[in-house]
Design a binder for this molecule. Structure first.
Ligand SMILES: [Zn+2]
Ligand SMILES: [Zn+2]
Length: 333
């Protein structure tokens, strides 16, 4: 099968992925094989290819927003049948038995394996996964429009949920990429007012079109203090900026997998029971709840398509914030 393989992490500009011919995987017990139709691009992929993350194995095929068709069942697999359309996200497997798993926090499982990181991911024609970690894609979504839901969407949903925002309240979003443009629609569906902080003109325009009540820069002060905010950009300098316009008892959720140093700040920014919390990965329950809600809204995803062999160029565009909405690799489409 064709796959874009990472042998050695390098800056995206150096095109670290090479188009390779790998053996097509065979599904093991309880696994399904998926013929991949498309795979979304995520900032984590960029952190993977550039080596910002400690990589558990090399070479590796990145990609963890996989949409495809089940084309073979391993022994004992019975949830899906051949021809079903499924999605595979970042959470590839857990041990189901550690303290975190037992407490409903499998996103923090000590033995968790992640797609396109511990195991080969979706920048390829085929992949295999345990059937308990794949999800039916609601029919309302096309393949390419479903792909960004699988990480950007699920992580956005968990961030939204853990920000504690209630229907009708005011939500701030910092950074307006793939996740934020889904959270905005979700929040509007819950009658929240959404305030978007971004410098990029195409992101400002998209935010306004999707119903943001206000757009500005992180240095700007919106007309009302916010009930909760989510930072999607990996910029620690945004933390004091966001706290500055957050109401008493408001939560600031940090959705990124990495962040630059958070500057020293005055305690008064945090006082009055404001909360800063990070968001890590997501659970299977997040995925199921989110996909159902996404179909109810239904969420509109803005996608830009690239061919599998253009994965390097696509990651370069992602790095430069040149993709409007979410980037998606077209594979068996
Ligand atoms: Zn991701
Ligand atoms: Zn566990």
């Amino acid at each position: 099968m064709r796959a874009m393989l990472l042998e050695r992490p390098q800056p995206a500009e150096k095109s670290p992925l090479t188009l390779d011919d790998l053996p097509t995987p065979t599904p093991g017990p309880g696994e399904i094989r998926v013929r991949i139709r498309c795979c979304g691009l995520c900032h984590t992929d960029l952190h993977t290819v550039e080596g910002d993350l400690q990589l558990p194995r090399l070479p590796v095929v990145p990609g963890h927003q996989i949409v495809g068709i089940v084309d073979a069942l391993g022994p004992g697999a019975r949830i899906f049948k051949e021809g079903d359309r499924v999605g595979i996200p970042w959470l590839h497997s857990t041990d189901n038995q550690c303290d975190y798993c037992r407490r409903g926090l499998e996103n923090l499982c000590d033995q968790a394996q992640f797609t396109g990181y511990h195991v080969d991911g979706g920048y390829a024609e085929y992949t295999v996964v345990n059937e308990n970690y794949a999800y039916r894609i609601p029919e309302v979504f096309s393949d390419e429009n479903a792909a960004p839901l699988l990480c950007a969407g699920i992580i956005g949903y968990r961030s939204y949920r853990l920000s504690g925002i209630l229907p009708g309240q005011r939500l701030g979003l910092y950074g307006f990429g793939a996740s934020a443009h889904l959270v905005l629609q979700f929040a509007r569906h819950q009658n929240c007012e959404v305030y978007v902080f971004t410098r990029t003109p195409i992101h400002r325009e998209l935010a306004q079109r999707l119903g943001a009540v206000w757009v500005g820069s992180a240095e700007d002060t919106p007309p009302h203090p916010l009930d909760a905010s989510i930072i999607f950009a990996p910029a620690g300098a945004l933390v004091p900026q966001a706290l500055r316009v957050l109401r008493k008892a408001g939560t600031l959720a940090l959705a990124g997998i990495t962040m630059s140093t958070i500057p020293a700040m005055d305690y008064s920014l945090l006082y009055h029971e404001r909360v800063i919390r990070s968001i890590a990965n997501s659970t299977r329950q997040d995925a199921r709840e989110f996909l159902q809600l996404a179909a109810e809204v239904p969420l509109q995803t803005e996608v830009e398509l690239f061919d599998l062999g253009q994965a390097n160029q696509a990651l370069q565009a992602l790095k430069k914030s040149e993709i409007k909405g979410a980037g998606v690799l077209r594979i068996n489409m």
